[in-house]
Design a protein around this ligand. Structure first.
Ligand code: 3PG
Ligand code: MG
Length: 394
């Protein structure tokens, strides 16, 4: 397979699918530019070859052509980050797009309007994909965050190109995950957090074989504790998943994977930062109280496990970190992952709220790799083949 470094883009028009689905504030300013920064080296490589770059992305989930979802809102941020004036065209197919692409000179960058203004994008419509493909002569997919979608611009389009490759970001994401799940230095420790067992079942099943230690933090721990006969008060629990929780514990035993559950909790008498707060053993939480974070003893036990790790995978928060009183367990995990990384471990943070947490608490520079993918990373952890990746490999 060709990598982006194997291709000389001189005088070529590269159609690059990026994931510029970034958050905007009420003034339509980009509030988190991570995904734009992450695509920069791919774009610069093409420009340095004296090729031209046609960027295509979605933004949000618009219903038809809704101005608030226009990618024009990100032109200023992209221009600033790339250090090149980004041109913009108010459509992604049709005459205007074709003209703009045809007029594009070497070393110039053009951004197309939101792909999802056409329902054909998410439908994976072949005619729409073909129309997009006519704008360029090389296809580069660097949209890791959208690689789990079988959409026109992420998957269907690839068949219309002889020359296609992943961008640098896509390659980094795939290599980082392989470093954790396929060729890791041992011991491998995974931290799984988040509220629900049901949303992480497939991830747990896929990684049980691959890790030495599995730390289960977050709301889903309570289903495991209750299943083992513990009293969890009013903590979150999926009663219909208790049997499954016991099966997972059994399976882990047979695979010699150590599962580490919290031993204590920060409890509250309401789901609020103004609640009365207390501590309890994880299996002795009184009625009327709920566990909303891991306690001190759990933090220190998890720290010990993490300091022995050579490879760490972190997905999901330890508690309700959005509320200050219940953020300290997640912050403590972040500190432990950072300390272990400083001592030589490779650490990957990916999928959903753990990425938000490491950014919010400033650990993103202290771990080895922070994924740009939420759902995409989760599906990779589940062992699925992502359509956006498969389309390039085909
Ligand atoms: C994301 O941020 O999750 C990706 O950009 C994909 O967006 P989607 O979930 O709307 O498909
Ligand atoms: Mg999503």
């Amino acid at each position: 397979m060709k990598t982006i470094n194997d291709i000389n883009f001189k005088d070529k028009k590269a159609l690059v699918r990026v994931d510029f689905n970034v958050p905007l504030n009420d003034d339509f300013e980009v509030t988190d530019t991570t995904r734009i920064h992450a695509a920069k080296d791919t774009i610069i490589k093409i420009l340095e070859d004296e090729g031209s770059v046609i960027l295509m992305s979605h933004l949000g989930r618009p219903k038809g052509n809704q101005e608030e979802f226009s990618l024009k809102h990100i032109v200023a941020a992209a221009t600033d980050i790339l250090g090149v004036q980004v041109k913009f065209v108010e459509d992604c197919i049709g005459d205007a797009a074709q003209q703009a692409a045809a007029n594009l000179q070497p070393c110039e960058v053009l951004l197309l309007e939101n792909l999802r203004f056409y329902s054909e994008e998410t439908a994976g419509d072949a005619a729409f994909a073909k129309a997009l493909s006519q704008l360029g002569n090389v296809y580069v997919n660097d949209a890791f965050g959208t690689a789990h979608r079988a959409h026109a611009s992420t998957a269907i389009i690839a068949q219309y190109f002889d020359e296609k490759c992943f961008g640098h970001l896509m390659t980094r994401e795939i290599e980082s995950l392989n470093k954790v799940l396929e060729t890791p230095d041992k011991p491998v420790v995974a931290i799984l957090g988040g509220a629900k067992v049901s949303s992480k079942i497939t991830v747990i099943e896929n990684i049980l074989d691959k890790v030495d230690d599995l730390i289960i933090a977050g709301g889903m721990a309570y289903t495991f504790i209750k299943a083992q006969g513990g009293k969890i008060g009013d903590s979150l629990c999926e009663d219909d998943k208790m049997e499954l929780a016991l099966e997972i514990l059994e399976k882990a035993k047979s695979k010699n994977t150590n599962i580490h559950l919290p031993v204590d909790a920060i409890t509250a008498d309401a789901f609020s930062e103004h609640a009365t707060i207390d501590n309890a053993a994880i299996d002795a939480i009184p009625n009327g109280w709920m566990g909303l974070d891991i306690g001190e003893k759990s933090r220190s036990q998890f720290h010990t496990v993490l300091m022995q790790a050579k490879t760490i995978l972190w997905n999901g928060a330890a508690g309700v970190f959005e509320l200050e009183p219940f953020s300290h367990g997640t912050i403590s995990l972040g500190k432990s992952v950072a300390a272990s990384t400083a001592a030589g471990a490779f650490s990957l943070v990916g999928g959903g709220d753990s990425v938000a947490a490491v950014k919010q608490f400033g650990f993103d520079d202290q771990v080895s790799y922070v994924s740009t993918g939420g759902g995409a990373m989760l599906e990779m952890l589940e062992g699925k083949t992502l359509p956006g990746i498969a389309a390039i490999l085909d």
